[in-house]
Design a protein. Structure first.
Length: 304
């Protein structure tokens, strides 16, 4: 049939061209691993970890900005305005109790995010259940991920947002300095994500084997952040007016899901590249490249 011949021709074209074959292999493995379901689980825990974190952050800002109403007003109308659900006034006085409760709840929810991400990465890397960490090991690894990864990502996000909105709070940031800030953020995020990607899987992988996916995720996050202000502000405003709090929840869940998908795509980039899982055929019932992963050789080792 003409359709079958056309499909075969397109398959031959994509397999013969690495710039087509590699992305297709990533997308195909993404679907084969049911990565959308894994992203949903990560999104669920992320959503519930954000609110106590924002609660603690607001109270900390109350301590930092106390006695400086001018700077407080500038931040309320600029930097904080970029964050979803954080458009109200900063409290004039911080509360130690609120900070403690917020941090504890955020830590508990963050552990759920880390454990869901570990399960997702082990699924992507096809790590057998027998080689995955037990309950205690998984919680210890999760604490490390939350402490290092969570803190690092928040810090780089603050740096990037501050550079992007510096002019709005009275800082005269030139074009060259803005570009430099973006470049520094990309480098920091790539290094941080590479560390986190190594820790997320029970399979032992080197820094070199995860750097491609980390760079992909860092660039994707920078692009998402660049369009987030206009997109979220517009959608969130319309959602609030039409659906109220329910619309806000839908927009936030969609945003977190998109970020989770980007991270899992980055993980798939690393696995496809490391295990040479490309090119892959578009034909039904075709023989796929043999995977030389640890689950086949029996040489799986857990990372420290």
């Amino acid at each position: 049939m003409k359709i079958d011949r056309l499909r075969a021709r397109l398959d031959d074209i994509q397999q013969a061209r690495p710039w087509l074959a590699f992305p297709y292999a990533v997308i195909k493995k993404f679907g084969a691993d049911s990565s959308t379901n894994l992203a949903v689980l990560i999104t669920y825990y992320t959503f519930f970890s954000v609110f106590p974190l924002l609660l603690a952050m607001f109270s900390i800002l109350g301590f930092v900005l106390h006695g400086n109403p001018h700077l407080q007003h500038r931040i309320e109308t600029s930097t904080l305005h970029e964050l979803p659900l954080v458009s109200g006034p900063v409290p004039k006085h911080g509360s130690v109790a609120v900070v403690v409760v917020g941090v504890v709840l955020a830590l508990y929810s963050g552990l759920g995010v880390a454990k869901a991400a570990q399960n997702a990465w082990d699924t992507v890397y096809c790590v057998p259940q027998t080689d995955r960490p037990n309950w205690l090991q998984k919680n210890v690894r999760s604490l490390r991920l939350v402490a290092v990864g969570g803190t690092g990502l928040v810090a780089t996000a603050v740096v990037s947002t501050s550079v992007a909105s510096g002019g709005a709070i009275g800082l005269h940031v030139g074009f060259a300095l803005t570009i430099l800030g973006i470049a520094v953020t990309l480098v920091l995020n790539t290094a941080l994500l590479a560390i986190v990607f190594r820790w997320l899987t029970s399979r032992e992988v080197s820094f070199r084997e995860v750097i491609a996916g980390a760079a992909f995720a860092a660039v994707a996050f920078e692009v998402l952040q660049a369009i987030a202000s206009a997109f979220i502000a517009h959608k969130l405003k319309g959602a609030k007016a039409t659906y109220g709090a329910f619309g806000t929840v839908v927009v936030l869940l969609s945003w977190f899901y998109l970020q989770s998908v980007v991270l899992l795509l980055a993980a798939q980039v690393n696995v496809v590249k490391q295990d040479r899982l490309w090119p892959r055929s578009m034909r039904a019932g075709s023989t796929e490249p043999r995977r030389d992963g640890p689950e086949e050789t029996g040489s799986s080792e857990r990372s420290a």
